[in-house]
Design a protein around this ligand. Structure first.
Ligand code: SAH
Length: 340
């Protein structure tokens, strides 16, 4: 099977193309892949025919293939994408008047086992490569004919725990941000973690890195332990401590996500505890009322409860209610499970 070129950084591409090729040829191929998003290597019209055919004979772009596409009444599109080894992941396209957002997967399945999330039921199959992460962006922007000047936000909030695949997440981020390539600003990319504490510290040291979002989802150690078993290993107090030490850039704030589950973590007392937990952080809170799913043993709170929770948190820090996108096609947070 030909090797994929998507996922190679400039120097790797240079080596791949051979030392006898001048650097500007590598530049042409790099731009064709990441900037022009060519679907096929034979279409790189700037290359001499022999080089083009040599490349196309040994390599492929490596775009994930669209196995299925589901259209929501709200404009959201959920994609089932097939990777080179036949495994599949999901990615979600969310258009808005002034921008588009893509929700990316970072693993096939997920090992973290949060009790309210459908992806957890899959378990982990494998990590995605950097090329498979970047490839989701290339496949979805092409399928939606996104114009190059349009604002694009990326959230690594699809299937998987990104910080358990940190080297590939960081390599993908460098590729996505490279001004010579896709040129997406760092501040338009967000990575979300269930709270893998040592990896949060490591992420903070990366020269090119996405913004950080943390799935808090509970206001006490006990409740978090039940909902998110990862807390047995990575305790809530240590999570807040690593956040306190996190080297935020001047324009940056930590985002905390909080899934509201009726009668479980949605009381006024929970909201007040969230405020106390985050009091000394430069933080904002995104609330998500549970998106239901088969096999998920929780219920969605009433809108009034969500508003009351928000009102308490919003007295102390920015707090927003995230409106679910693509609920009717199982595209919303926690609903990705790789099937029809
Ligand atoms: N593993 C990472 C990336 C996934 S992000 C993480 O946990 O952060 C997915 C986001 O959706 C998380 O904030 C999670 O708390 C939220 N989520 C999961 N299941 C959900 C559900 N059923 N309804 C609403 N939000 C959910």
């Amino acid at each position: 099977m030909p090797d994929p070129l998507i996922g190679l950084e400039f120097d790797e591409l240079r080596t791949t193309m051979g030392a006898d090729q001048p650097a500007y040829r590598t530049r042409q191929v790099y731009e064709a892949i990441y900037r022009q998003n060519v679907p096929d290597l034979v279409q790189i019209s700037t290359l001499p025919r022999a080089t083009r055919e040599h490349l196309a004979g040994h390599y492929e772009t490596g775009h994930p293939r669209i196995a299925q596409r589901f259209e929501s009444a709200d404009g959201t599109r959920r994609y089932l994408l097939r990777l080179a080894d036949g495994k599949t992941v999901e990615a979600v396209w969310m258009p808005e008047p002034d921008r588009d957002t893509i929700c990316l997967s970072t693993q096939v399945g997920c090992p973290v086992d949060c009790k309210f999330c459908l992806t957890a039921l899959l378990g982990l199959e494998r990590n995605l490569t950097a090329g498979e992460i970047v490839g989701q962006v290339l496949t979805l922007t092409r399928d939606n004919a996104a114009s190059p000047g349009r604002r694009l936000n990326l959230v690594m909030m699809g299937m998987g725990e990104p910080l358990l695949n940190l080297p590939n997440v960081l390599k993908a981020t460098r590729l996505l941000c490279d001004p010579q390539g896709m040129a997406i600003p760092e501040r338009r990319i967000t990575v979300s973690t269930a709270g893998v504490i040592p990896k949060i510290a490591e992420l903070g040291q990366a020269p090119v890195r996405p913004k950080l979002a943390i799935s808090l989802n509970a206001s006490t150690e006990e409740s978090r332990r039940e909902l998110m078993p990862i807390t047995r290993k990575y305790h809530l107090a240590d999570l807040i401590e690593v956040c306190r030490a996190y080297p935020l850039r001047p324009w940056e704030r930590l985002t905390f996500e909080y899934v509201l589950l009726r009668g479980v973590n949605d009381a006024d007392a929970d909201a007040r505890r969230v405020v106390r937990l985050l009091a000394h952080l430069k933080a904002k809170v995104n609330l998500l009322a549970l998106n239901p799913g088969p096999g998920i043993a929780f219920e969605t709170p009433d809108p009034e409860r969500v508003l009351a929770f928000q009102a308490i948190v919003a007295r102390s820090m920015p707090c927003f209610i995230r409106k679910p996108r693509g609920l009717d096609i199982f595209a919303a947070c926690g609903q990705l499970k790789r099937s029809a």
